[in-house]
Design a binder for this molecule. Structure first.
Ligand code: BJ8
Length: 424
């Protein structure tokens, strides 16, 4: 990313020096982890470009849209219904952060034993490092885990935050609560954008976002082939970029990449040597640039063929029904689709266990690596139940807890290598 964007970053009140440091680290990290791969798809050039301009051209696009009166809505969780934002003429961007830089600032206001994801987004704000956060007209939090919930109270001292209440169970009264929250959010978004959501605009938004999910489903279906035609790192990057990029352009580009994948599948061309161990990841989301674990796995004689995660299948598995004809019907369809999200914040959460086992079997994996960020109670605790369900299906699981630091890379590599060996 060139310094030609300096004026824009300065206008956004970024700490230019610290931000330049972040971009340098990001560029190096990306070079080591991504550009070193062999046999990548031609279509990945688009993703390389988007990532190289993630704080540049995409931010410029957002600024241009703002100049035309569009509003930017930032989110941290796949529970926030993007259909509502799009239907009101807004642009939604994911703000989850996957870098350690800024954590020291975050620890001035948060307990040290907070998960890395929360520390990262708070740290990005306090250190003035994220042009997405600074571009937002509204930041939407949600009452999922306790850490996020309380962090938003602090975050709201610095940014315009709106919080959606997410139920913790899935009974009829929980659906009612969720519906009232979706309607409350609709009002808030209409007030923020100054635009009323209509039957036509909501219908269009539902179709557009379903198309994005459909293309990611196609990607998942193609990468399930044996041998797999794309690395887990590249597939993760595609999922990560889906939260930032323009949805129409993204869907077109990933459709082209899938055409290329289809050719590979037809010719039986794999991205890794025959016999490479197929593994699946399950657990906490991996936000940009959190590529640590997939890199370790794929440097240990294995390949990741699926992510049961919010930056993965949890975000793409379910579509919103396209049958709704009235605004009310469509709101109900949105409510139902989002209620199917199987986040570990729910209790009980047996759907997730079933989904993990089904996915592992369909992907023909040799094992599952369960990934919980350190201090993430929902996912760390649920790992016990996940392992039990997988064991019943004769699928081995390795539970890993880690953060964004690089200190434990060698130790993790040893554990992953031993797991890969054991699954053979
Ligand atoms: S729907 S997974 S995006 S909440 S890792 S902050 S849970 S302590 S991210 Fe998530 Fe929505 Fe659920 Fe998905 Fe808390 Fe755990 Fe940290 Fe987490």
């Amino acid at each position: 990313m060139s310094s030609s964007h300096d004026a824009m970053w300065e206008k956004l009140n970024l700490d230019l020096e610290a931000h330049a440091g972040l971009l340098e680290v990001l560029g190096k990290f990306y070079g080591d982890i991504y550009m070193s791969q062999q046999g990548r798809l031609r279509g990945m050039e688009y993703l390389d470009f988007v990532l190289s301009e993630v704080h540049g051209l995409r931010i410029q696009e957002l600024q241009d849209a703002k100049a035309l009166g569009k509003k930017i809505v930032g989110t941290f969780c796949v529970f926030v219904p993007e259909e509502i934002v799009l239907a009101a003429g807004g642009i939604q961007v994911g703000l989850c952060a996957g870098a350690e830089i800024g954590s020291a600032e975050a620890e001035k206001v948060l307990p040290r034993n907070t998960c890395a994801l929360i520390k990262s987004f708070v740290g990005f704000k306090l250190s003035r490092l994220c042009p997405y956060i600074e571009s937002c007209d509204l930041i939407v939090g949600e009452t999922t885990c306790d850490g996020k919930k309380k962090a938003y109270e602090i975050f709201s001292d610095y940014s315009p935050v709106y919080v959606m209440e997410i139920p913790q169970m899935k009974n009829a009264c929980d659906r009612e609560l969720w519906k009232s929250e979706v309607l409350r959010f609709k009002n808030k978004v209409e007030e923020t954008t100054g635009n009323k959501i209509t039957t036509d605009s909501l219908k269009e938004a539902i179709h557009l976002l379903n198309d994005r999910r459909r293309v990611l489903q196609r990607l998942n279906w193609l990468r399930a082939a044996v041998p797999t035609p794309i690395s887990g790192r590249d597939a993760l990057l595609i999922n990560q970029i889906s939260f930032y990029d323009d949805p129409v352009r993204f869907t077109t580009k990933i459709g082209e990449l899938c055409d290329e994948l289809e050719e590979r599948v037809k010719s039986g061309t794999g991205v890794a040597p025959e016999g490479t161990t197929r593994l699946m990841l399950s657990g906490c989301p991996m936000a940009v640039p959190n590529w640590k674990l997939p890199y370790i796995i794929e440097s240990s004689g294995a390949i990741v063929v699926g992510e049961e995660s919010c930056i993965g299948t949890r975000n793409t598995r379910d579509l919103v029904s396209e049958a709704g004809l009235t605004l009310d019907n469509m709101i109900d369809d949105i409510v139902d689709r989002y209620m199917r999200i199987d986040c570990a914040c729910f209790t009980p959460n047996t759907e997730r266990l079933d989904n993990i086992v089904k996915m592992a079997q369909e992907l023909k994996v040799k094992g599952v690596i369960h990934y919980a960020l350190s201090f993430c109670q929902p996912y760390a605790m649920e790992a016990y139940k996940v392992e039990k369900a997988l064991t019943k299906a004769s699928i081995p699981m390795l539970a890993i807890e880690t953060d964004y630091s690089m200190e434990d890379v060698e130790q993790l590599k040893t554990r992953v290598e031993a797991f890969v060996e054991m699954t053979r």
